[in-house]
Design a protein around this ligand. Structure first.
Ligand code: ADP
Ligand code: MG
Length: 751
């Protein structure tokens, strides 16, 4: 037991662990590692004992067998257990270093090169003595390529056979696991393990730090904190760390869900203005002039929204519906209900292009009803104002004035609308189109403005698994538009094998035909130019994707411009490196028919609505995700004419990527496709930008796989908050929440 006044877990690591004196070589090595660990940990954000003990191993390596070296891929970080086959040394060309080349081998005879660079003869000799042929060691580093062979350059290594803690411990056990940590600089995996080992040797009884009470642990069969800490860092067999991980996942889920439950309870205390439904106002006039019948789904979800907006409890609702389900109309009707009461609504789009496009479609649907502020306005009319970062100073001033004076019933913009400079006379409703980048923080911004909280609705075309909604959005109610307005024409999707020249010729001829018929088209590429980094585009690469040169917007514009089949077709590029003004100008020209075909990246993925667009050609289609492709193709065939989507790809039909493309060709059901997609994708992709929210604090919890556990934690959290809203009887839990929130702020500041 520690006698310090500061609780053990809150002590600084270097107050508990010090570098031991050393005489033998083995002792010196250990001292050296501990010293490295102590120096390196702070740069990884690990300061206290708690930070260190909650820094969990990335994986575990079974000492009893060598790693398979054949499967290692270039450019990946690896840790392998392998045997030294040969070691050779020579001077570097310019003579200032001694190169040690080691060939490693596994149990199957596969090999991997490792090269070490020693600055002096002493270090070179040391290496030679450590890595004798036949020695088994852990090697960590990034797999590179040198003269056509895979190579680890200057890897970190750790001997396992002689004089190590593992050898001493229990070489006899078949199941001897070595914990591997994600290291950084001096704090290598090995150094971190040494420091944690020291901490564990001094570990007091941790029951005072236990956020999960005994009853809960029994109910869900969870390890105690102390047991779990030991088993996650020093498991004797696999089931020990599995049980420990499960306990920590539960703990994470509970901390997160308790905070969310607290916020839900808190939200009950917020008040919104109630906007009763009127049947003689702008909404009624709008319904009157709609050129189509609302679908049953649109009506039903519309009623849900109308009811909630008419109460003083702030609405917080996610409306999800496939591409083309008609979410915009639903949102507009909710906005007009607020305008009818003399209030204002804001519509937030994820990009400037989309904001500008929303303005066009809102004005088109409203007609004279959007002519407020002019002499000719009808009695019911309101003003629809665009407010984005791309506006000139004069327009911006006017737009700000429209918002502040209440002249504008509807203000459309990007998330810049949430900035402090934008004042509204009476903001009653905020609509967020496409949830991707809309996390808990932005919502808090809205909640904290002024006395009354606006009602909020978020629209998305990507179905969100319930657990993600719970984890990332916490307290969002969900409505689903199950129907899509009957399409006048089906939209066809075809996979085009890129290797077949005739098919490609046919593809471009088809594009030309559509343009000749007075229609418009898109050509979508993965990249902007050859120098594009991955961040410029959103691609999903597959394990089985071969490295290959991808089509770029720049190349494609150049190539298609010289293609005889496309002579006379007016092409223009559209991508994220253009300025907002350039993008808007291009989209406006495309809408107006002054441009026939835009060659773009996925900037057109969401929401772009040009009814005359009938054809889309996606190049390197296998590099996009299923949901993304479904969103993309939703851009064509929205008007009076049938649409066609051609997915061009060199991949073979029997590969995983080929099968995904085939699935798209076979199904139009975006929700079903998206669920398939979710299963194939990594969690990070699912959470997307939302990861900057609470999810960034998750260490072990997997929002999709741990659904059941999250549900359990949520129900426990609800009870806790109901019985003890201030968490006075749950101080460890309260402290863990504070810790999580602090970590989240740190994350937000860094990003
Ligand atoms: P999304 O849900 O993808 O945002 P939009 O709101 O952009 O879909 O609607 C897609 C198109 O369908 C728009 O052109 C819109 O005017 C039209 N639309 C919406 N509702 C209906 C309906 N009930 N019947 C026919 N067309 C509709
Ligand atoms: Mg939309």
């Amino acid at each position: 037991m520690t006698t310090s006044l500061v609780p053990f877990l809150d002590l600084k690591v270097d107050k508990v662990v010090s570098v031991p004196p050393a005489t033998t070589d083995a002792e010196k090595q250990r001292a050296q590692l501990i010293s490295q660990g102590l120096k390196g940990l702070p740069s990884m954000g690990i300061h206290t004992v708690r930070d260190a003990l909650y820094y969990f191993p990335r994986r575990y390596i079974d000492q009893s067998e060598n790693s398979d070296l054949a499967v290692l891929e270039v450019d990946t970080e690896v840790t392998v257990l392998a045997e030294v086959l040969t070691l050779t040394q020579r001077r570097s060309r310019n003579g200032d270093k001694i190169l040690t080349n080691v060939v490693l081998t596994d149990d199957n005879g596969s090999t991997l090169d490792a090269t070490f660079f020693a600055r002096n003869t002493w270090s070179a000799r040391y290496l030679e003595s450590m890595l004798k042929p036949g020695t088994r060691a852990l090697f960590s580093g990034k797999v590179g390529r040198y003269q056509g062979r895979r190579q680890l350059a200057g890897p970190d290594y750790e001997l396992l056979d002689v004089g190590t803690e593992y050898a001493e411990q229990s070489l006899a056990h078949a199941d001897d696991l070595v914990a591997i940590y994600r290291g950084k600089g001096k704090a290598t995996s090995q150094a971190i393990r040494k420091v944690i080992r020291e901490l564990l040797s001094q570990l007091p009884d941790l029951s005072d730090f236990e956020p999960l009470d005994q009853q809960m642990r029994t109910k869900y069969r969870l390890l105690s904190l102390g047991q779990a800490i030991r088993q996650i860092h020093q498991p004797r067999e696999r089931k020990e760390y599995r049980a420990a991980r499960r306990r920590f996942r539960f703990e994470e889920a509970l901390v997160l869900q308790t905070e969310l439950a607290r916020r839900r309870a808190d939200a009950q205390t917020y008040r919104a203005r109630a906007w009763p439904l009127r049947d003689d106002g702008i909404l009624a006039a709008f319904d009157e002039r709609l050129p189509f019948e609302l679908t049953d789904s649109q009506r039903q979800v519309g009623d849900e929204l109308a009811t909630e907006i008419a109460t003083e409890t702030p609405m917080l609702r996610l409306v999800q519906g496939d591409v083309g389900a008609g979410k915009t109309v639903v949102a507009m009707r909710a906005m007009l209900q607020v305008v009818d009461g003399g209030g204002q609504a804001a519509l937030l789009a994820p990009t400037e292009v989309l904001a500008a496009q929303h303005l066009r479609s809102v004005r088109a649907l409203m007609g004279d009803l959007a002519a407020g502020g002019t002499l000719m306005a009808e009695a019911n009319a309101t003003k629809v104002t665009l407010l984005t970062g791309a506006l000139g100073a004069k327009e911006r001033k006017q737009a700000l004035l429209d918002a502040a004076s209440g002249q504008a019933g509807i203000v459309i913009g990007t998330h810049a609308l949430l900035s402090d400079h934008v004042q509204f006379a009476d903001l009653g409703l905020v609509v967020v189109d496409e949830q991707h980048r809309f996390g808990v923080e932005q919502r808090d911004v809205l909640r904290n403005r002024g006395e009354l909280t606006p009602h909020t609705m978020v629209m998305t075309a990507t179905p969100i698994p319930r657990t993600v909604a719970m984890t990332v959005f916490g307290d969002l109610a969900v409505s689903t538009l199950k129907q899509t307005p009957a399409r006048r024409h089906p939209r066809a999707t075809h996979v085009v094998p890129e290797g077949k020249e005739q098919w490609m010729a046919r593809t471009w001829a088809r594009l030309a035909d559509e343009v000749k018929a007075g229609h418009r088209g898109f050509v979508v590429c993965n990249r902007i130019s050859d120098t594009s980094t991955e961040e410029d585009t959103q691609t999903t690469s597959d394990e089985d994707a071969e490295p290959r040169i991808l089509h770029t917007v720049e190349d494609t514009v150049a190539r298609l411009s010289t293609l005889p089949a496309l002579a006379g077709v007016r092409l223009a590029p559209l991508h994220g490196r253009m300025t907002p003004t350039e993008k808007d100008a291009t989209m406006a020209a495309f809408s107006a028919g002054e441009i026939d075909v835009v060659v773009s990246t996925t900037v057109i993925e969401v929401g772009v609505d040009v009814p005359e667009a009938t054809i889309m050609v996606v190049l390197d289609a296998d590099r996009f995700g299923i949901s993304q492709l479904h969103q993309l193709r939703g851009r064509v065939g929205r008007g009076a004419d049938p649409g066609i989507c051609l997915l061009v790809s060199p991949v073979a039909p029997e590969t995983l990527a080929g099968q995904r493309l085939a699935a798209l060709q076979a199904s139009e059901d975006g929700f079903a496709l998206a669920e398939t997609d979710l299963k194939l994708r990594h969690e990070g992709d699912v959470l997307g930008g939302a990861q900057s929210g609470f999810a960034s604090s998750l260490r072990l919890l997997r929002v999709i796989d741990d659904a059941e556990l999250i549900e359990q934690a949520r129900s426990e959290a609800q009870h806790i908050v109901a019985d003890d809203p201030q968490l006075a009887q749950h101080r460890v839990l309260a402290a863990a929440i504070a810790e999580m929130l602090a970590g989240r702020e740190e994350f937000i500041e860094r990003s």
